[in-house]
Design a protein around this ligand. Sequence first.
Ligand SMILES: *[C@@H]1O[C@H](CO)[C@@H](O)[C@H](O)[C@H]1NC(C)=O
Length: 207
Amino acid sequence: MAAAGFFFSITALVILIQLATNLNSCSAATPVHHSGRSTQFIRTSCRTTLHPNLCFATFAPYATRIRGSPRSLATTALSLTLNTTRFTTKSLISLSKRHRLKRREAAALRDCVEEVGDSVDELKDSITKVRLPTGGGSEFRRQMSDIQTWVSAALTNEDTCMGGLSGKSVNRDLKIRVRRRVVKVAHLTSIALAFVNRWAAAAATHK
Ligand SMILES: *[C@@H]1O[C@H](CO)[C@@H](O)[C@H](O)[C@H]1NC(C)=O
């Protein structure tokens, strides 16, 4: 199933994303303004992520706003991921109230709420950083590196949440419901990380 991929090493995932990003950094830096080309930019950017279909469906509506800018693509992805992650935390909390949970289930869900909540904080920090005016090369690189660290940490938290649910003592239906929500957030986070990496690479090449 779709979740299976997330039980593999996060490190491998990040390396894959970085490889894909480096391959495409040059084409990414060319701004395009026509709306058809803006949509094409989203399509080609999404092809470098692990979830091209989800990516395109999610970001195509923002194409004219993003206008072929790697920076705008990254900030839009962070903002949208933050919004979805916030919503997911709320929905996990309401899920934990609706079900009659066993102790183990309640504990696993509580851990998930906490971990996904931490992701919200990390994404918020990333967005704050992104909005700061960037200075020259080395300051920009430091900011990018912080953002990459935080977004990777968010991804790890989401992975940990799903790992915690995989025990046999968690009701299958509950597992599926939680996983459906958290997998979506994890996929969006991984796309946001790919776009941040892409932006960092494009900026490094063209400065
Ligand atoms: C995320 O939510 C904020 C506040 O509700 C909103 O201003 C912003 O446009 C949303 N981001 C995206 C990408 O939709």
